[in-house]
Ligand binder design. Sequence first.
Ligand code: SF4
Length: 330
Amino acid sequence: MKETILSVRNLKTYFFTRRGTVRAVDDVDFELKKGECLCLVGESGCGKTVTALSILGLVDRPPGRIVGGEINYDGINLVSCLPARMRQIRGREIAMIFQDAQSALNPVFTIGDQIVEQIKLHSEKSHRQAREMAIDLLKEVGIPSPDEAASYYPHQLSGGMRQRAMIAMSLSCDPRILIADEPTTAVDVTIKAQILDIFQRLKESRQISLLFITHEMGLVSEIGDRVAVMYAGKIVEIASVTELLTNPIFQHPYTSSLIKCLPGITQERERLESIPGTVPSLIDPPSGCLFHPRCAKAMAICREKEPPPVNVTKGHTVFCHLYSAQGMKK
Ligand code: SF4
């Protein structure tokens, strides 16, 4: 069994606004194993990005704050770790790739200079060594003519190339964990497949642990080893990708809806359905199961009690009364 590199335990990250407390991440629990890709999947606003920002200590405070739980990495609880240590970990040991490479890259510096800067920030390398390393990284992520590309400014690159440059930059300190937040959202289908291929290769060549955030269930089978499905700030199901996609008997109703409604890598959006209803308010969430107002299988108990975790098969946990002792078995 693979060793755990990151464990998130009962994480609660709330935002305190004038309209009320937004429970963006509410009691989230998962582990990331060494060398695996765990996909965090769910609709926009379900807490995926806030979970990632919580891991990296990047939640805006105020209005946000981690109000409970632990994030354990390498024997350290990141929730209570000193800011100086957190800065060391961020980038050097845990790196993040953002959805929008255009705004994550600095428009006034060349791609090469930005990667060199990152390398020098976290290592003792000379400028020349850092420059050589930057070019190697651009080559590793499949940028053609990396020597030349290093002298380009972000606006001179296509969306796909900018995303590759972001990946190269995130690798500059050889991190153990890479968090990729919707890294393929802003690119077309062909580039999407190429970027997924880069992640797949990195996982194999660098043994990197990948937390891959996406709203597209179709990508999970392309890249993931395990998947955690999030809904309204909570994880509702966690399983291996194979189990989740091939054993529908134990699927959470929300996961089933995502599979039916979200695009696969080759599907076209025009033909897609959508899940009926809307994501609930995180300020005034529904009672019981948060999915009950949208769930076609909802029972009386679903409106009253929050579903407990049920281990339906080894490594497959579902938070749904359909599978709990109090619920009705399928
Ligand atoms: Fe649907 Fe009830 Fe399961 Fe929630 S607990 S997903 S409402 S069946």
